[in-house]
Ligand binder design. Structure first.
Ligand code: FCB
Length: 450
């Protein structure tokens, strides 16, 4: 390995998620998800955007797989829509839904592309939300059943599984922040949801292993680097608390440390746990901590934290620095320090970057091409951070760019563009951006340029 190449066998990939690209929400026997309902509720998404059509990937997936081949990826990370497989969340299996993904898996393998399947990327069947959603323990049990159904159908061919994508978003952003479906605003609900999302991961693992022998199974967590605004003890405490809320609350249980005691104390003190940790039943923490084969890391940015109003509270500080279209600071150093931390402090045996990428709105210029130089810059800096981490001994096995193509960016609708491929939503025409070709060349040489 020279300074610019990656280890042999490094997995290069691109990622998507079902609700963000598929569309066809009423086809193939699919049931309703919380994102259908949320996006159709006035005022919840930018310009009232929905995933009804999205990138129409449900009908155009073969063309989209052609893009994967042109990119030269080794692997493709996609998600399976729970309501396509179990329209009511539990019970009756919709064979057409399974067949849809089964055809995709076959097509990927024919192209020499390894499928990385995510079982939950946020499209909970509404029937389960109506029965309590993630704050209810039964949702975790339903998830394990669903995981078993999918693994039974695809587990002979899919050998890389991600249980839950970003439990912080599944719980905090969706049940306390109100920004994601189902849009609730309750700390007790969010904290119960966080436990059940982690429990769902733990309960699903043996189901997947049963039907997918030899598979690698992991969970994907999203991390935001948390940096104190100054060296003052109060700012450092604030950064530590934000790290506890966003990162450690999910990471520690998966690696056998239980919920961080400083955060439990803070939540109890704030009245967010009126019944304490009563949602934790005997044995749960062992189920959550069952050994995984890898950790999926989603990384985009950092937050700079100053002391908030009370003890253990934080206040984000907005530095005057270049930002992406999402308003996120570009902070590749945070990826490097995160990877080192996961390796040295948590002893994670294998890591994949399951998402990293950037939204800029660059569209076709006069020459018809998309000169997204800022995206190339962002990717280059983050890949360099990966490389430094590998050189320091971190067992980073692969990198998936978010995203293969522009898509429905949740509450932001279509007003953000994370894709390596530009999508014209009027015509559904796909146009690879300059960064697509740049990434293709990185993959081909297994390393950065220069
Ligand atoms: C992550 C999500 C992914 C996408 C990116 C920008 O939190 O997993 O679906 O929205 O952010």
């Amino acid at each position: 390995m020279t300074a610019t190449t990656f280890p042999a066998g490094f997995v290069w990939g691109a990622a998507t998620a079902a609700y963000q690209i598929e569309g066809a929400i009423h086809e193939g026997g699919r049931g309703e998800s919380i994102w259908d309902r949320f996006s159709h509720t006035p005022g919840k998404t930018r310009d009232g955007a929905t995933g009804d059509v999205a990138c129409d990937h449900y009908h155009r997936w073969e063309e989209d797989f052609g893009l994967l081949t042109a990119m030269g990826v080794d692997a493709y990370r996609f998600s399976i829509a729970w309501p396509r497989v179990l329209p009511d969340g539990r019970g009756q299996v919709n064979q057409a839904g399974l067949d849809f993904y089964s055809r995709q898996v076959d097509a990927l393998l024919e192209r020499g592309i390894t499928p990385f399947a995510t079982l939950y990327h946020w499209d909970l069947p509404v029937a389960l939300e109506d029965a309590g959603g993630w704050p209810a323990r039964a949702t975790a049990e339903a998830f394990a059943e669903y995981a078993g159904v999918v693994a039974q159908a695809l587990g002979d061919r899919v050998k890389h599984w991600i249980t839950i994508n970003e439990p912080w978003c599944v719980s905090m952003l969706s049940y306390e922040g109100g920004e994601h479906a189902p849009g609730r605003r309750s700390w007790p609900d969010a904290l119960a949801a966080s436990h059940h999302a982690l429990l769902a991961h733990g309960l699903a693992e043996p189901e997947i292993r049963r039907y997918s022998p030899g598979a690698q199974v992991g969970i994907t967590l999203n991390f935001t680097a948390s940096v104190p605004a100054s060296d003052s003890p109060a700012d450092r405490d604030a950064a530590r608390a934000f790290d506890g809320y966003f990162n450690r609350w999910f990471l520690d249980p998966v690696y056998g440390r239980g919920y961080p005691s400083d955060m439990v104390a803070a939540y109890l003190g704030a009245g967010y746990l009126p019944e304490g940790l009563s949602f934790v039943q005997p044995g749960d923490m062992d189920i959550i901590a069952a050994p995984t084969d890898f950790l999926g890391v989603n990384y985009y940015t950092r937050e700079v934290m100053a002391a908030g109003a009370g003890p253990g509270e934080w206040q984000p500080v907005r530095l005057d620095v270049p930002r992406t279209e999402m308003g996120w600071e570009i902070y590749p150093e945070g990826l490097y320090t995160l990877l080192l931390r996961l390796y040295s402090a948590y002893d994670v045996p294998r890591l994949y970057i399951t998402e990293n990428g950037v939204s800029y709105l660059d569209g076709p210029g006069a020459d018809g091409r998309i000169h997204d130089v800022r995206r190339i810059d962002y990717l280059r800096q983050h890949l360099a951070a990966c490389q430094r981490a590998i050189a320091a001994g971190v067992p980073l096995a692969g990198y998936f760019q978010w995203s293969l193509m522009d898509n429905f960016e949740w509450g932001h609708g279509y007003a953000q563009r994370f894709g390596a491929v530009y999508v014209d939503y009027e015509t559904q025409r796909r146009t690879p951006k300059d960064s697509f070709f740049w990434y293709r060349d990185v993959i081909a040489r297994n390393g950065l340029d220069g």
